[in-house]
Write a protein that binds this ligand. Sequence first.
Ligand code: SAH
Ligand code: SF4
Length: 352
Amino acid sequence: MNFETVKKFLRKDNQPDYRVAQVRQAVFGRGVSYWAEATTLPEPLRQKLEELFPVLSFKPLQVLPSKKGDAFKAVLQLKDGFKIETVLMRPMRGHWSVCVSTQVGCAIGCAICATGKMKFARNLSAEEISDQALFWHQYVKRKNPEDRIAGVVFMGMGEPLLNYAAVVKAVGDISDPDYLGIGQRHISISTSGHAGNIQALAGDLPQVNLAVSLHSVEDEERDRLVPMNKKYPLDELKNAVEKYISRTGRQVFLEYAVIPGVNNLPKHTRMLGKWVREIKNCYLIHVNLIPYNNPEGKGRPDEEAARTFAAALTGMGMSATVRKSLGSDIKGACGQLAAGHSVRPRPAKPNC
Ligand code: SAH
Ligand code: SF4
């Protein structure tokens, strides 16, 4: 829902000035997802709004809570029938964080990721992206009006930097004080390494946190794990990160999924250390270790392996932490989003 457009419509429709505040309170305060529930508004206006400006640009089909209650995954159906997933997490009490998808499926096809096993179908619109944050904002408000969304991460389905314009617009909307007002410093974008658009981000969204999915510093291995590497090999990526740091002066997060036996041997720690140290201003690099999640949801992520790897890196003087793994029991953790592999909408009628 574009609040600016709704405001313009209310003015054009000769609605009294206080309607704007009522609409704001209904959508952002009470968390009303359908105008029919906005009972402070007159019935004919509710009908018009539902027809012209539905609050959400998709239909929520299901919300799955994790056993611990610290993660929720929602399956959303888009207007053309495609399904995507989005996740709400609570790393700290009262502080919720939202993980949004940017594409239906993903064309990169990383070996470790369930989304990568789906076919790429289409980019999401800016509205379909920002509405995921609005959806969870409303969900949280309905559960406990005191709670709020503290941050948004672009780490769901898809490669954000291959849907660049929509991502930039969505960040603008999410941070707009008239919409969700989440500061850009609390928004993170993760990329599999699109060196070209990393440069563009430095100019367009310098306040947003940048995370780069590295996973390996050997080109041959990274070609397999993160095929974006074939287009932007490690040297080019390093160069892009270096330029990004010198333009923005911001910290860069390197994501490293610790895959036992594949990229966590002592030689990998040494190679990673060398790769990072070669970056100018490398003190601004922070390595986020992600315990490897089985894409099919089998077994439990090996947090111990990630902790051991982190200890080796910090022992070398690097800044590294293990990212808490939330929602693996609902296939909502990193690399597990696949919307039930339903990437093709079923035709309403058979084509015969
Ligand atoms: N496409 C973007 C953002 C979405 S993926 C990107 O690749 O950066 C979010 C993070 O989860 C990335 O760092 C990704 O590499 C990581 N990831 C993918 N599969 C994983 C898995 N099975 N276990 C742990 N992390 C995984
Ligand atoms: Fe796409 Fe990111 Fe998954 Fe790779 S890890 S397939 S880039 S969503």
